[in-house]
Ligand binder design. Structure first.
Ligand SMILES: Cc1ncc(COP(=O)(O)O)c(C=O)c1O
Length: 409
């Protein structure tokens, strides 16, 4: 199946981007110009159903009216103060997010990677000051197949060679174990361990759901050894998996939540960590910060996002639409799909080897007006906005049926 026919404006923009922007991505050949809800339109006027949703940053869809209105209002009032001064938006946002997470405090940042860095720094400092770990010996247990961002320290504990090659020397202090393997975590633990850092569902890894009970076992092990359980919910949290946090599926509360992506409503980069006093009180003036973190525009949007999540409607919608997607895709298992993993409206599909690669499937879906993204090799992940309609899910399923039919037929 050919990928897609591209119009002249599309071609022009692709050439411009490829000429002047570094080649750190390999995008599908589509150039988007506008978006509303679950749908986007390209520069040649063709519409697409967005089933990636900015890697879950667009849980509320493109340009959600409530978020846009709040953003517009705040832009006209005050956008940036730095933390050298207080602003009248950060306090309400911090209170709201602390309430949503059930934690005492939040520390606001901008990108997801910055929030992960923040959690690493806080964990280490907590280790030295509260747990009593020997100076400069703190270790953090991380999972194989993780994705936590792109900074030098974060890629130091990635096992994806695309992310790490050429960036040595790597930051020490991390021990990697297989995801979902509680015995391996137990074996990696010692007196120097300050945290277990994990994604409760691995997103970039291909929507990998750990074995039932794993998160509870991690929680118990962390309690037993006085180690922080740090959950990176940047992609899995804020409604995507059908609950506010993916840890909720096992009734587990981590010591530190790391949040980002949808916290900014797809309008603005907003991230944060949330934890109790006994953890976050290790942060003192001058020990961490960001010019933009906690700015009034970010805080206004973040507070609105939290208010929207408090109704529970988006979480419920993820469950309903996810069930519809699961039912629609089930007949393809064994007929082009090896496996489908779904939690909420978040789905990883393993395409049968030899039928097509993940990239070929996403290119074919593009031709039918559906945007999705491959994960590694054979996997395609789907994360439509939670504001999608039943018909949108049916459109997605129909496109998949057609695409898989074209590959096997
Ligand atoms: C689980 C997880 N953590 C961290 C990040 C990094 O976030 P950002 O790209 O905003 O730095 C991502 C991004 O995909 C992610 O999925």
């Amino acid at each position: 199946m050919t990928s897609t026919t591209t119009g002249s404006r599309t071609q022009e923009h692709i050439e411009l981007t490829e000429t002047y922007a570094a080649h750190n991505y390999h995008p599908l050949p589509v150039v988007l110009a506008t978006g509303e809800g679950a749908w986007v339109t390209d520069v040649d006027g063709k519409r697409y159903l967005d089933c990636l949703a900015g890697y879950s940053a667009l849980n509320f869809g493109h340009g959600h009216p409530r978020l846009l209105a709040r953003m517009h209002e705040q832009i006209d009032r005050l956008t940036l103060t730095s933390r050298a001064f207080y602003n009248d938006q950060l306090g309400p946002f911090a209170k709201a997010l602390a309430g949503l997470t059930g934690k005492d405090l939040i520390l606001p940042m901008n990108s997801g990677a910055e929030a992960v860095e923040t959690a690493i720094k806080v964990s280490r400092r907590w280790g030295y000051e509260v747990k009593g770990v020997e100076e400069a010996q703190a270790s953090i247990i991380v999972m194989e197949g993780n994705f936590h961002g792109r900074t030098t320290t974060i890629v130091s504990f990635s096992n994806d060679s695309d992310a790490t090659t050429g960036y040595a020397p790597y930051t020490p202090g991390f021990r990697m174990v297989p995801y979902g393997d509680i015995a391996a975590i137990r074996a990696a633990l010692d007196d120097s361990t300050v945290a277990v850092l994990l994604e409760p569902i691995q997103g970039e890894g291909g929507v990998i759901i750990p074995p039932e009970g794993f998160l509870r076992e991690v929680r118990a092990l962390c309690d037993e050894h006085d180690v922080l359980m740090v959950a990176d919910e940047i992609q899995s949290g804020l409604g995507r998996s059908g609950t506010t946090f993916a840890c909720d599926h096992e009734g587990v509360v981590p010591d530190v939540y790391i949040l980002g992506k949808a916290l900014g409503g797809g309008l603005y980069p907003v991230s944060a960590i949330a934890a109790d006093h006994r953890v976050l009180d290790v942060i003192t003036p001058g020990s961490h910060g960001s010019t933009f973190g906690g700015n009034p525009l970010a805080a206004a949007i973040g507070a609105e996002v939290v208010a929207m999540l408090e109704t529970g409607e988006f979480q419920a919608r993820a469950v309903e639409l996810g069930a519809r997607l699961e039912a629609g895709l089930a007949p393809l298992i064994g007929n082009g799909f090896d496996a489908v993993r779904i939690r909420g409206l978040w789905c990883g599909i393993d395409i049968t080897d030899g039928v097509a690669t993940g990239r070929q499937v996403t290119e074919a879906l593009l031709g039918l007006g559906v945007l999705a993204k491959e994960a590694h090799g054979q996997t395609v992940r789907l994360a439509p906005p939670l504001v999608a309609s039943e018909e949108d899910i049916d459109t997605l399923v129909a496109a998949f049926v057609a695409v898989m039919g074209s590959f096997s037929g």
